[in-house]
Design a protein around this ligand. Structure first.
Ligand SMILES: [Fe+2]
Length: 443
């Protein structure tokens, strides 16, 4: 897919230029163009979307060519080998889709280029998702708003130390503030180059969605010019199983043992069409994403269902429009849908506001139970105390840098339980909040 707003006559980008230089002759001296020509080393490998029997692995190669991913069961058995081509036209990003795996099993992997082992660290091990049909426990790390600073790096280390099974990054991960292809590409590279980030994600899956700063800029909506570039780079750097409907948006979902997570895209479609919930108001999710979400929610058999996006699910009460408070008509439609279909276990997750909160809404009448929202932000060091506003439904809050939620979801107990702790980079527990599935079951 070509980005629609690329100048047709633009000279080769720095990235294409460097890639071509490699393609023409590995080892040839690179022309130097001042500070601009910083060489991008190998990025990754990291683990992306992972299910019971399938996993995506990702790497950005240093040079064009064929790269073979070799995956071997940790307990022994035959290796699978999957070849992929690193091409300059795709910014040398490699996506391998590994199929035919066993649920709840561990696999070693390495990357080869011909006879040469490109990435063969002993820590390159991942586990497939536990069987959804059996009772199980999983531990997720969830947060938003990360930079490449020492504090963010300490958070990646702490997430690994907490031995989370999977990671969800829900926007401003990273900060880009541009839809230019060059800027999007450079920022994704810089973010992916952080060693602690690579170490965290080389042995557990990650899912991402974007918020305003990685999509286009502060308080941006789907009207942002050049958003096709942001989506193109996202599809290169984020190993997901699906990106929206394949043409628009980046929403996706995954089942991981006792939880199903819906990574919503609250940017691409926002303000671009009239709302499915009210024809005189703008849409947030857009009709195509709303139809997808309804279908997936109805089909879900997971005890807990997380609806995650960068935006918070209420009003920030500042001048900005990018929150569900500006689209209350769509939140109301969603809650009516959950209530009408008696869907248990739904939980809201948001980020963005550089403060962390838990809210419990009196939604008995519409939904059949009280909905809870968890807000986790920021991974970096910059908090915004003024966004930790009064709300009658607030049950926890903290204005604390370098934080993430550790969410333990356990269906081996009855009723199934979700225990969340807000943890900082030093492992300190900032607050905790627990829910039983019986709290989230319509009467
Ligand atoms: Fe942020």
């Amino acid at each position: 897919m070509m980005p629609s707003n690329c100048p047709p006559q633009s000279p080769l980008s720095r990235r294409e230029f460097v890639s071509n230089a490699f393609a023409l002759g590995a080892g040839a001296a690179l022309p130097v163009r001042g500070a601009e020509t910083k060489e991008v080393g190998r990025l990754g490998p990291i683990v992306g979307h992972t299910e019971e029997t399938m996993s995506f692995l990702w790497m950005r190669a240093q040079a064009a060519g064929e790269y073979v991913l070799e995956v071997t069961p940790e307990n022994g058995g035959a290796a699978k080998r999957i070849a992929a081509q690193a091409e300059a036209a795709q910014d040398l990003c490699l996506h391998w889709r590994v199929e035919g795996l066993e649920a709840g099993s561990r696999y070693r992997y390495r990357v080869l280029n011909g006879e040469m082992v490109i990435a063969g660290d002993a820590e390159q091990v991942f586990a497939t998702a536990p069987k959804a049909a059996s009772a199980g426990k999983v531990r997720l790390a969830i947060s938003s708003c990360a930079k490449e600073d020492a504090g963010s790096r300490a958070v990646w280390k702490r997430m690994a130390a907490e031995q989370v099974d999977a990671v969800m990054l829900i926007g401003d991960t990273p900060y880009i503030d541009s839809t230019e292809l060059e800027v999007q590409t450079r920022r994704h590279q810089e973010f992916a180059a952080v060693p602690e980030y690579q170490e965290l994600l080389r042995n557990r899956p990650c899912w991402w969605t974007w918020d305003d700063h990685d999509f286009a800029g502060n308080d941006s909506s789907g009207l942002a010019v050049g958003k096709e570039n942001s989506r193109l780079v996202f599809t290169r750097y984020r190993p997901q199983a699906a990106y929206g409907d394949g043409k628009e948006g980046i929403y996706t979902s995954f089942r991981y043992g006792p939880v199903e997570v819906f990574m919503l895209d609250a940017r691409w479609f926002a303000m671009t069409e009239a709302s499915y919930a009210s024809p005189v108001k703008p849409s947030l999710l857009g009709r195509v994403q709303w139809e997808w979400l309804q279908e997936k929610l109805l089909a879900s058999t997971a005890p807990f269902k997380l609806l995650a996006c960068g935006m918070i699910w209420d009003d920030k009460e500042n001048k900005e429009l990018d929150d569900w408070g500006s689209y209350a008509h769509e939140r109301k439609a969603l809650e009516k849908f959950i209530g009408d279909h008696k869907i248990p276990g739904v939980i809201y997750v948001g980020g963005d506001i550089h403060a962390s909160r838990v809210l419990k809404y009196p939604t008995q009448k519409a939904v059949g139970y009280d909905l809870v929202q968890f807000i986790a932000s920021p991974i970096h060091n910059s908090t915004i105390p003024s966004l930790n506003v009064y709300h009658p439904d607030l049950v926890r809050s903290a204005v604390e840098p370098h934080v993430f939620l550790v969410m333990d979801i356990d269906s081996t107990v009855t009723p199934a339980r979700l225990s969340a702790e807000l943890v900082n980079k030093d492992g300190e527990r900032v607050f905790a909040y627990q829910l039983d599935l019986s709290d989230l079951t319509p009467a």
